[in-house]
Design a protein around this ligand. Sequence first.
Ligand SMILES: Nc1ncnc2c1ncn2[C@@H]1O[C@H](COP(=O)(O)OP(=O)(O)OP(=O)(O)O)[C@@H](O)[C@H]1O
Length: 311
Amino acid sequence: MHPVIAIEGLTKTYKSGLQALKRVDLTISKGEIFALLGPNGAGKTTLISIVCGIVTPTTGTVVADGFDNQTHYRQARERIGLVPQELTTDAFETVLATVTFSRGLFGKAPNPAFIEQTLRDLSLWEKRNDKIMTLSGGMKRRVMIAKALSHEPDILFLDEPTAGVDVELRRDMWNLVRALRDRGVTIILTTHYIEEAEEMADRVGVILKGELILVEEKSALMKKLGKKTLTLNLQEPLEALPAELAEWALTLKADGAELEYVFDSNAEKTGVPSLLRRLSDLGIAFKDLNTRQSSLEDIFVSLVHQNGKAA
Ligand SMILES: Nc1ncnc2c1ncn2[C@@H]1O[C@H](COP(=O)(O)OP(=O)(O)OP(=O)(O)O)[C@@H](O)[C@H]1O
């Protein structure tokens, strides 16, 4: 089975001379949910825009479901639905007309039953005769998704799908994305909300300054890079860390009332038992303790930090 998207040697230098993509190689399998993470300006939108045929790459190729998006643009584009970051739609049109028109743009035969189902799935059916301009921001975003799905694409790109939407709509979107995946749609999303990637993605890619610095199964990534944090709530606050504790990577928090120790949970020797013994020897007592597995957010922040230092 060929990958549903194959990106090879992709680079993009804008006319301004800015190199937005350095060299990106990436393959995506059918039915995956792939989350692309990266700080502002990393190149996420540029990458998506190239795959969707909106921006021309400087070098490299993109093959969507077997079709090169430059030599077979129409066939490649037909397979892709794009929900852009910005709302781009005719404010004076009704919801139903906009979504129906979108399908027509791809040369697909009308299918009112399919459009109705799509609008119902997105809780837009009641609003079908409303003009887009009268809808709330969240509803407008749903319209953008309905438009992207109108021609029944196999691959859906969501560029920051939940930026600025409320918690309820975010949950709805996640459910929708899962339902689409269950139907065999491949989903690529960019997000600033790491919890979104943590919750949804099968695989995660991290892009920094135009380079895909990491692509990994989410579960493997969290296991491999995951650290644990042990927090001890002290009986008496400490003014400073005693020199006798220098061999552990400790931080004092909450005005000295909490002692935090970050350790590698995969290591043979975590340092936790010896730390507790040393604390007891020093007469430092604690009321409570807890450990927390690091989240994808911690991992992401430390990756960005490391790369910032390396640059
Ligand atoms: N049309 C353009 N002409 C020149 N430079 C551009 C153009 N579009 C984007 N850029 C630059 O390319 C770099 C990557 O931008 P891009 O929008 O792809 O990043 P992003 O990761 O999507 O960021 P954000 O999270 O802020 O949306 C940025 O430095 C941006 O200023």
